[in-house]
Design a protein around this ligand. Structure first.
Ligand code: BGC
Length: 766
């Protein structure tokens, strides 16, 4: 069983007592002849690693490479304790409580021969008890400081239950919203994902790794998983080496530079090689090129799955290929613990390979201070701390994107008499938490309906008619009631979207239109002629062209977490101005996918004047269609571009200037622009800097984000925004596969989204 179930309740109450019994009946494993240098924190980490390694039996070494999930069932716990005391387990995931974590740790410390602590792990992906927006929503904040704070809070809360390792950040570039896991990452962009990767690693790991509230980060899924063919989860990828290095790997390299302690190999096979057996990735690039000295864990059973891939003949072969490729710790499939000893004895795996992997794991355990402080050191009271909830509210507000606001429909005024709140996501506490929120609790979650009632209920009459029971609900019976209520209201807030279960792992969709009868609900509400504000709460970009058309204003919130309701209420009534920007392009229709801003120009770029389907006369001759790259039915552009998002201000950009027209490769470009808020409200804008390398040894993309800044301006205020861009950041892997800046001509833009047009040119010389 993968995740904790109701049996966890039994575990919480009964198991610590069982551990006490087990410990009483087991003699302490540590024998007197152990050289305890490794226990001395004043010794350098490498000396401790080597000292401990030199005293380990082959079985104990292999044990460190083995990660198990918390087992349930008759006798399972006793068996686990036995295995831990024999040194057969290096790490556990999904241990549900602090008491249990400490109990198991006690078995490892007091009862195994060398007393090596366990590393306890969990998927703490976007918060623990206080759930933040899903990572896609956090990326939409373009606020690295806030993202770092969110990760810090998640670490603090999770560590109060003994968790010292999270399987995050997920930094897979994803350009296909059919893929359910797009929810878990930072979207389509290399730069945005890279800076968010650093922010999350910094937040999880904290300033001092040995602090009880610091948890090891895990950069996943290494690598290329986001390119799963056709957006179907676990599917194969075909990423060329250059595309891998230019697009998919940079966030992982950034995580490494930030000191990320662990990596997780991905499920996919790229060009025929599953990541868990990919030596080029796990050893040549990760260790050779980047100098990584932490450890790599497999994804769930992905070592064994190399058999299903047809890459390994059987589990033993999989153990051999995984370990020799550089995969240090195996998550749950148990091939290492079963076969590595045999493989060593047969000479198929060298003891050096084993030692290297064990050392990588021990190094992380020492760095985390686990030998000194193995037990939970963070108090339970940190959960749902007020400051945590405030940060979650801020994150959900900053991560919500306003896509439309005709006739200044928003913000709503409290002078308004009656508001209808409708839609299946208006009061869906479980679903607004999103995917990977195992520890979030719906009873502690505030919905849009709760917040509107709570904050504005005494000023405005709030009528609630859900219209539909849940997002896939096809029963239209409630729609008439909602429409009737709309007729008596002054404004309608319709909250629609996707339940949490519709995105995330193994939850890909072939069709990303609104599900159930939600489309009918919006259409019927729109026909009432009442001001219609549609709020989407979803795990991915949906194809919403029709609903955007039908609505007066649109907010889009990627599952916003515990405080999603108050955050959205703050935006609706203008307590906060929307400032979120899209971290991913919104397609007009599923057939446009993949569609992303940082694409190649092609030899026949679209001009914007293409002939569309209905303009083609019958029996048209073949040459009449305009020979550019576009769709007859969908044209060229997306519904909304990357970086797009409105605010209650009215921003304009002017006077773009750079300090020179020609730069050397070691120079830094200083670009400035005047940003003005011509609107009547204070608002925050995310100014974005893009570049294009006009000619390369291989073709370059039409735009690449290279910087952004959040700027808050009062009504009528202007300011000069300055970016400093080292020319070295323009480097890429060209024809010779060397990462370098190629001298030549460049264009630089600054603006409010990836469609911005204010630009200037410069050149780079040798
Ligand atoms: C997922 C990982 C996750 C792991 C542990 C896998 O199925 O792909 O992202 O960290 O399970 O729960």
């Amino acid at each position: 069983m993968k995740f904790i179930s109701s049996k966890a309740a039994f575990a919480m109450v009964m198991l610590p007592a069982l551990v006490a019994t087990i410990l009483m009946t087991q003699s302490c494993g540590k024998s007197g002849d152990v050289d305890s240098l490794y226990r001395d924190p004043s010794q350098p980490v490498e000396a401790r690693v080597n000292n401990l390694l030199s005293q380990m039996t082959l079985e104990e070494k292999i044990g460190q490479l083995n990660q198990l999930s918390m087992p349930y069932g008759e006798g399972a716990f006793e068996n686990l304790c036995d295995a831990v005391s024999r040194g057969e387990v290096g790490s556990l995931l999904n241990v549900p409580t602090a008491a249990l974590s400490d109990s198991l740790q006690r078995v490892a410390i007091d009862s195994s021969r060398l007393g090596i602590p366990l590393l306890l792990a969990r998927d703490v992906i976007h918060g623990y008890k206080t759930v933040f927006p899903i990572p896609l929503g956090q990326a939409a904040t373009f606020d690295t400081a806030l993202v770092k704070l969110s990760a810090r809070i998640a670490a603090t809360e999770a560590s109060s239950d003994g968790i010292r390792w999270t399987f995050a950040p997920m930094i897979d570039i994803a350009r296909d919203p059919r893929w359910g896991r797009i929810a878990e990452g930072c979207g389509e962009d290399v730069y945005l994902t890279s800076v968010m990767a650093k922010a999350m690693v910094d937040g999880f790991q904290g300033d001092d790794l040995t602090s009880p509230s610091s948890i090891a980060a895990c950069a996943k899924h290494f690598a290329g998983y986001g390119a799963s063919e056709a957006g179907r989860d676990y599917n194969s990828t075909y990423i060329t080496e250059r595309q891998l290095r230019n697009v998919y790997l940079p966030p992982f390299e950034e995580a490494c530079k930030a000191g990320c302690l662990t990596y997780m190999s991905s499920f996919n096979d790229n060009d025929g090689v599953p990541s868990s057996g990919n030596k080029h990735l796990l050893t040549d690039i990760l260790r050779g090129d980047w100098g990584f000295d932490g450890f790599v864990v497999s994804d769930w059973a992905s070592v064994n799955e190399m058999v299903s891939h047809g890459f390994c003949s059987d589990p033993k072969d999989a153990a051999m290929k995984g370990l020799t490729a550089g995969l240090d710790m195996e998550m749950v499939s148990g091939t290492y613990i079963r076969y590595l000893k045999e493989l060593v004895e047969e000479g198929k795996v060298s003891i050096d390979d084993i030692d290297r992997s064990v050392a990588n794991i021990l190094r992380v355990k020492f760095k985390l201070g686990l030998f000194e402080n193995p037990y939970t050191g963070t108090p339970q009271s940190v959960k749902y701390d007020k400051a945590h909830l405030a940060a979650a509210r801020q994150s959900a507000a900053e991560g919500t994107v306003m896509l439309k606001n005709d006739n200044a429909t928003l913000p709503l005024s409290t002078d308004i008499k009656r508001i209808l709140v409708t839609g299946p996501m208006a009061d869906a506490p479980h679903d607004q938490l999103g995917t990977w929120a195992f520890d979030g609790e719906k009873d502690s979650t505030v919905t849009v309906l709760d917040a509107l009632r709570d904050i504005y209920g005494d000023k405005v009459q709030i009528i609630y008619e859900p219209g539909l029971g849940y997002s896939r609900d096809k029963n239209t019976a409630g729609i008439a009631k909602a429409v009737n209520a709309a007729r008596n209201a002054d404004a309608v807030i319709a909250v629609v979207g996707e339940e949490a279960i519709l995105s995330g792992e193994a939850h890909s969709l072939a069709d990303i239109n609104l599900l159930g009868a939600q489309g009918e609900l919006i259409e019927a509400l729109s026909r009432t002629g009442k001001p219609l504000v549609t709020v989407f709460i979803a795990g991915r970009p949906l194809t919403i062209a029709k609903q955007v058309e039908e609505s007066d204003a649109v907010l889009y919130s990627f599952h916003p977490g515990t405080m999603g309701g108050p955050a959205i209420a703050d935006l609706l009534f203008g307590v906060v101005s929307p400032s979120g920007k899209l971290p991913v392009t919104f397609p007009k229709s599923v057939g446009q996918i993949p569609v992303y801003y940082s694409e190649k120009n092609t030899g026949r770029p679209a001009s914007g004047h293409e002939t569309l389907l209905n303009d083609i006369p019958a029996e048209a001759g073949q040459t009449s269609l305009g020979c550019t790259s576009y769709y007859l039915d969908a044209g060229f552009g997306p519904l909304f571009p990357f970086g797009y998002g409105l605010s209650y201000g009215d921003f304009s950009y002017s006077d773009l200037a750079i300090d020179k027209s020609s730069y050397g490769v070691d120079d830094t470009i200083k670009a400035t622009v005047t940003l003005s808020n011509n609107g009547k409200r204070e608002a925050t804008e995310v100014a974005q800097l893009y570049v294009r390398d006009m000619v390369g040894s291989v073709t370059r993309t039409v735009k690449e984000l290279k910087g952004f800044k959040r700027v808050t301006l009062a009504p009528g205020e202007s300011t000069q925004v300055t970016f400093e861009l080292p020319v070295s950041e323009l480097a890429f892997y060209g024809l010779d596969m060397e990462r370098k800046v190629e001298p030549g001509d460049f264009t630089l833009w600054i603006g409010g989204d990836s469609d911005c047009t204010l630009s200037t040119d410069f050149e780079v010389t040798q």
